[in-house]
Design a protein around this ligand. Structure first.
Ligand SMILES: *Cc1c(COP(=O)(O)O)cnc(C)c1O
Length: 405
């Protein structure tokens, strides 16, 4: 090994996942730093005017401007590629930036988009309000119902979009089956893999074309930095759609936020594994609790799509949703009685966070739309953190006690 290869180790295709998460994408500067460098720069200088001309003609492979690419952002993108098993990644400033960019870059007026109806609030808004403003025709289907997919995808379609597990009802969509139907309809299949994380679910192995993330969630995992990512192996999508759209509309993340997420990835597998262990224990406890009417967690045998969830994912994910009687009033009483768990709409954080979807993330929907999605006023979503699960359980128990007093 010469000095150059020591400084700039090439990602090794034989590396296992844990190794890729720690080392993938690392590109050292001349200083030989251990930790990845943080390049806070908007631009780059050219030794000569001829070099600048060549760069703009696309004749040299170099950094031009941080709206297109930056060394720290590129390290994040390459580490995400190594994790996902993708050849292409573009990082974005937020998860919603990734969702919107992934679709808007390839759709035009008259194109058809089919999406599952159980969506994160802002994803729902993009599908039903923003994209239709540009003449894109959107149809929402019950994602659990393969016949609904068959019907919707019997018409030529350009894009299919789903979230699985969905927020907040943790519905599971059969990725392999929908991928086959999407491709037969001529569509690219885009999956928001935030709830599953790339540790638990690899959508591309099931035929998905494009995977999007909010890196704000588990990848940062400590509530510090917003970010998102688009991953694919589709070279035509990159060249024809994603590259020009990204370059000219500017969804790029800041180098600092990218650096935070890059370092967060080093512990992603450890954290997600522990989040899941904690969640299993807490879901088991809630399921048996006399005050709880229904506990939704994909790793519980009582989850309506448990078998599909366990076929598609390595574990049940890091979020639990549960319901009790007493509607909004009791739900608020419960949330206000919590002493350890915080009220917050974020998720995937080391800190346990809880939210009342009907009045926060999904408050913009009509009561009818919420009912269709299965979101009741007595429903609470819990993002299980990395505290001792016994402390989380103690807090849930005492708050339930107070809420039912
Ligand atoms: C949070 C989230 C998003 C949006 O990500 P931001 O980083 O908040 O923009 C999209 N999809 C899902 C499933 C999410 O949980």
């Amino acid at each position: 090994m010469n000095d150059e290869t020591k400084r700039d180790p090439k990602p090794d295709s034989t590396w296992r996942q844990a190794t890729r998460l720690v080392r993938g994408g690392t590109r050292r500067s001349e200083f030989g730093e251990t930790s990845e460098g943080l390049f806070i720069t908007s631009g780059y200088i050219y030794p000569t005017a001829e070099d600048a001309e060549r760069a703009f003609k696309g004749q040299s492979n170099r950094f031009i401007y941080s709206r297109y690419s930056n060394p720290t952002v590129e390290m994040l993108e390459n580490r995400l590629c190594a994790l996902e098993g993708a050849t292409i990644c573009r990082a974005t400033a937020s998860g919603m930036g990734a969702v919107f960019t992934s679709l808007a870059c390839m759709l035009k007026a008259g194109d058809r988009l089919v999406a599952s109806q159980a969506l994160f609030g802002s994803c729902h808004y993009v599908m039903t309000e923003i994209l239709p403003k540009f003449g894109i025709i959107t149809e929402l289907v019950d994602g659990k119902d393969l016949n609904a997919w068959k019907k919707a995808l019997s018409t030529p379609t350009k894009a299919v979009f789903v979230e699985t597990p969905s927020n907040p009802t943790l519905e599971i969509i059969d990725l392999k089956a929908v991928a086959d139907l999407a491709h037969a309809a001529g569509a690219r299949f885009v999956v928001d893999n935030v709830f599953a994380t790339p540790i638990l679910q690899k959508p591309m192995e099931l035929g998905v074309d494009i995977v999007v993330y909010s890196t704000t969630k588990h990848m940062d995992g400590q509530g510090r930095a917003m970010g998102g990512a688009i991953l694919t192996n589709d070279q035509e999508y990159l060249e024809k759609h994603l590259t020009p759209f990204y370059r000219h509309t500017g969804p790029a993340p800041s180098p600092f936020n990218s650096w935070v997420v890059l370092k967060g990835l080093e512990t992603l597998e450890l954290r997600v594994r522990q989040h899941c262990l904690n969640a299993r224990q807490i879901a088991g406890h809630l399921e048996k609790h006399k005050r709880i009417k229904r506990t939704l967690y994909p790793a519980l045998a009582s989850h309506p799509q448990h078998a599909l969830a366990m076929r598609q994912m390595k574990d049940g994910s890091t979020v639990i949703t549960f319901e009790f009687d007493g509607g909004r009033e009791r739900a608020f009483k419960f949330l206000n009685a919590l002493r350890l768990i915080d009220i917050s709409n974020n998720l995937g954080d080391a800190k346990s966070l809880t939210t009342h979807p009907a009045t926060t993330t999904h408050q913009r929907l009509t009561p009818d739309e919420r009912a269709k999605m299965g979101i009741s006023d007595g429903m609470v979503r819990l993002s299980v953190g990395l505290e001792d699960p016994a402390d989380i359980i103690d807090d849930l128990d005492q708050a339930l006690e107070t809420a039912f007093r």
